[in-house]
Design a binder for this molecule. Structure first.
Ligand SMILES: [Zn+2]
Length: 105
């Protein structure tokens, strides 16, 4: 069981944790050690999709209660696409890290 105030690494067999106070509630973390078990090319794609999403969000107006008001339909759909990509890459990275840790990757 994870100590109070700590959040566990998402990789099941990993015992590392991070301070919960550093992250918004409900955040799932992957420690650096496990993160580096996944393919570097995949991590590069994840990072670039995250950067692209952040740039689109920086150009939009933040809405009260979360979300963004985009300046155009194109920006709205580009954001939705890149957000889906970012999540898909992240999921793949976590699967690879779990497989590598379990010795089945
Ligand atoms: Zn870990």
């Amino acid at each position: 069981m994870t100590k109070p105030g700590r959040i566990p690494c998402v990789v099941l067999s990993c015992r590392r944790t991070a301070p919960a106070s550093k992250y918004p509630e409900g955040t799932i973390i992957c420690c650096g050690k496990c993160w580096r078990l996944s393919d570097k090319a995949l991590r590069v794609r994840w990072r670039s999709s995250r950067r692209e999403r952040e740039q689109l969000e920086a150009a939009a107006d933040p809405l009260d209660g979360g979300g963004f008001s985009f300046k155009s339909r194109e920006a709205y759909f580009a954001h939705a696409d890149v957000l889906a990509l970012e999540h898909a890459y992240w999921d793949q990275i976590i699967v690879q890290a779990n497989e590598a840790r379990a010795g089945i990757g």
